[in-house]
Design a protein around this ligand. Sequence first.
Ligand SMILES: Cc1ncc(COP(=O)(O)O)c(C=O)c1O
Length: 397
Amino acid sequence: MTNWNAVRDAVYKNPAVTYLNAGSISITPKVVYEQACQLREVMHGNPVDYVWRTSGEPLWKARCRLAQFIGTSPERLILAQNVSQAINFITTSLKLPAGSEVLTTDHEYLAMRWSWERATERQNVPLRTVQLPIYPQSPDELTQAIVRAFTPQTKLLFISHILYTTGMILPLKAICAAASKQGIITVIDGAHGPGMIPLELDDLGADFYATNLHKWFMSPNGAGFLYVKPGREELIAPWQVSWGYKYDKSKAHELAEYGSTYWQRSFEFEGTRDITPWLTIGTGADFLDGIGKDVIRQRHHELSSLVREKFNGLEGLELVTPNHPELRGGLTAFRMPKGVDGHKARQHLWDKYRIEINMVPHPDGPYFRLSTHVYNMPEEIERLASLVPEAFAVAKL
Ligand SMILES: Cc1ncc(COP(=O)(O)O)c(C=O)c1O
């Protein structure tokens, strides 16, 4: 039996705040936070040594631990600052054949959609959007909705693993297998994957899986990665040119002295910057494995079940996260009632009660979105439910 009070105590937490927004940025476990502080102390005392001489070995170690955590090998992972950077590595460089189209969904993170809008405009190919069912009864219904939207022109599919709008988890393995059969490249926005659900990236079948680690994995800000399937390396190029740019291409996948292969370094080295968040990744993986991936998934289910029970129908909130256990995890969302300004309600909850939630934009929204992670407690969910009537009254239009 997991002692959830002990888990909560192990995570750096401001007791004055009720934090229900790991889906934006999570609070960081104390061990990870303390390691980052120690590393920064070393860096600020001796920056050249830290940045140029001594970080190579720990960086490779952190990469190996991350690879083990997500079911792949360290050579597959380009470390990035965040998922935005990782997606932009692809959108700024991948060449689409003439006559092709990119397919995406109506639930993608808007800034990432913009990145594909720019890429497709520049290459003069259409970006087509498939509407996802909001209440699918099964994972297969979702797979079919996407597969039905494929055309002979579809050459690339850009989808999220877990929708930031409704929290729905997509059956990615089946979708990637169907896409691959038709020669379609899959680019996954996995922003909410690591730390929320167990991942086996080599087995998943995606060509590219981009993510950040400061959400459910609980890293300090500034850690993410791009997974690249074997054989897809040449499809992308770094967006910046710095010291990693020129190297002996025959050694592309050999380990260089900076804790990366030469090919990885060409993406990762952006000029002088602080890589401390990357160096804490191994500690973060140990922390999560200390709780257990399946235990975390089960806890997310327990907490999100309570969220569904307490909020669905409350003051007109309408659940938009599916019920099927494979399709839901730590994010739960509700359509806001008409006549209430969601942003004002959110602001009121923060200003008066220091409760952090999210209000997610969507044409059908906004959605009132709660993230329930390992450090959250049922009492926090109940407290928020008791304050929603007041917040919505204050925010009446
Ligand atoms: C699905 C999804 N994609 C991309 C992002 C962008 O994340 P970042 O700003 O860390 O790059 C987010 C952030 O909330 C997200 O939820």
